[in-house]
Design a protein around this ligand. Structure first.
Ligand SMILES: [Zn+2]
Length: 104
């Protein structure tokens, strides 16, 4: 998987979850879900920062389906999960609680 798609995924994730992109800690936590590489994490934060919060994305909607595995955010075992379909590819699964947007 190329760096570009990792960045697109990360940006979509941040746009989906964060209304307030000034929250660097929350943003970094999300970027870390996509990649373990610090250079790509920084690139994701930089790219996401170019979007105004008012555009805060409603263009990515979660898709629910059965999964065998664990939630990407909290690691809890789940049997139904939510996936975000982004320009860079699908991200997930997330449990029902963890797919809820972070309230700033
Ligand atoms: Zn979770």
């Amino acid at each position: 998987m190329g760096d570009e798609s990792e960045i697109e995924k990360g940006v979509a994730l941040l746009r989906y979850f964060l209304d307030d992109r000034e929250d660097k800690k929350a943003a970094l936590d999300l970027a870390e879900l996509v990649t373990g590489r610090p250079d790509l994490q920084r690139e994701i934060l930089r790219a996401a920062g170019r979007y105004r919060p008012v555009e805060s994305s409603r263009d990515v909607s979660p898709v629910e389906r059965e999964v065998e595995g664990s939630c990407l955010r909290c690691g809890r075992q789940i049997s139904r999960g939510y996936f975000l379909d982004t320009p860079g590819g699908e991200i997930g699964p997330f449990g029902s609680t963890c797919i809820e947007r972070v309230k700033s």
